[in-house]
Design a protein around this ligand. Sequence first.
Ligand code: PMH
Length: 386
Amino acid sequence: MSNQFYRDTWAEVNLDHVQENLKAIKELLPKDTAVMAVVKANAYGHGDIQVAKAALDAGATSLAVALLDEGIRLREHGIEAPILVLGSTRGSDAPVAAEYGISVTVHNESYIEEALKHLKESEQQLHIHIKIDTGMGRLGIRTKEEMKDIEYILQKQNKIQVEGVFTHFAKADEEDLEHSKNQLMKFLLILHSMNSLPPMIHTSNSAAAMRLPDAYFNMVRVGIAMYGLSPSPEIKNELPVNLKPALSLYTRVKQVKQIFAGDTVSYGGTYEAKAPEWIVTLPIGYADGWIRKLSGQNVLIKGKRTPIVGRICMDQCMVRVDEPIQEDTIVTLIGTDGQEAITADELAEKLETINYEITCQLSYRIPRVYKTGGKIVDIVNPLFRK
Ligand code: PMH
């Protein structure tokens, strides 16, 4: 059942673009720098299993998620590649991570103490990546002393194995890379203080992978660029790769009606016709992630921009068109139609947010249709997914 859907709104994910973006980034890297594909948050809304498989086929060697639960989901779908949980996990869940062969991020000593208690009975070793906070101010140890303490506990046991050490940049997507270079220096200082280095050392997100070769080490963690979106509007025009957005969002015209001067549209009647007008009802609303603040945003119908009028409802919204059109006509909410395009960047600007949030907010009600070579290769209706 999970490959059926019975509504006229869907997201199309071009897996060729995911792979082309990833390969283009790989081209920038030295041969011995691996790519970890970041597929957390359902692959930024694109669909974790499909994107993970496409990324691995295109040369990524490992995957990153934010939650242990997300990693388990990948394993349960048969994905055997190395997986790292970037976020925090509970020490008491260490045996679960070990059992599934999922590596976790460690950001303090107390996690290790707790994990060791729980790993006593465990047959499997737990693999960890130690996180260093060099200026993101989020997860991670900040000093050589903390690293020494962690190394000290770890050398007395054999249940936990250090697989990696990493940090995360806060401003690699800004014009000025000074802050990132500073973070890199702090990272190197702690790295040099370590008794021995683990096999994986990584710092770069998409922005750094495209702009900061000094930060490559032996792996980069690529998220947003794999989805074909720029890490920020600021650096969009100076990226060394031509990123191709992977996701488009479509719906269909469900009703076409004429209204007259004084008639209003949607809740609150905030939109009032000044003259006879044609109004089209679309089956997408805020419960799909097409949020109320998008009122006034354009959509594309037959290659022309046309505005959403009135308040966006939970499941529907209305647009004004110049002339009556056929019911079931395809409407592009994100993507290209003829000469016109509406990008996640445009929506992000309208909503005063970032493109990451646009694709992540597409909800569980939107079926995802996967294409390769222009053909549908898979359909996931999250409402039916097990
Ligand atoms: N590494 C870590 C630790 C991350 O948190 C992220 C993205 C990435 C790599 C990939 O970054 P990219 O998508 O810019 O390539 N994390 C987040 C976040 O927490 N909020 O927005 C993006």
